[in-house]
Design a protein. Structure first.
Length: 119
């Protein structure tokens, strides 16, 4: 578990580290790195929540716990947010850094939730 948290934090910090203006291929790599960070952080949060009481009514399954239904909803929300940003980037390719920052913030919130759940 500690290795997974460390990997997520490293991926998020790599995504946040590139704030200096650079060429477009670098921005595209930054974007894809941030997508990986969101997916890994979301999985980490889901893993740390499994079977525990869920405070978010959208994610709470039967008995108010995080379960299979919760995982499906969480995966759909994460996938939907990444897909929405990807569609925006298809029309506005200059926004890769802003989209990467959005993904990194989302990943950080998932990591924070996972750390909270692990206590």
């Amino acid at each position: 578990m500690k290795k997974t948290i460390a990997a997520v934090l490293i991926a998020a910090s790599l995504a946040m580290g590139a704030t200096v203006p650079s060429d477009r291929p670098h921005s595209r790599k930054l974007w894809w790195t941030s997508v990986a960070a969101v997916v890994v952080a979301s999985a980490l949060d889901a893993h740390s929540s499994w079977g525990k009481p869920e405070l978010n009514p959208l994610l709470a399954g039967s008995g108010g716990r995080f379960g299979t239904r919760s995982l499906v909803v969480k995966s759909a929300l994460t996938g939907g947010s990444v897909t929405a940003l990807w569609l925006i980037l298809r029309r506005h390719p200059g926004f890769e850094k802003a989209a990467a920052a959005t993904n990194t913030a989302l990943a950080a919130s998932f990591v924070a939730a996972a750390v909270h759940n692990s206590k």
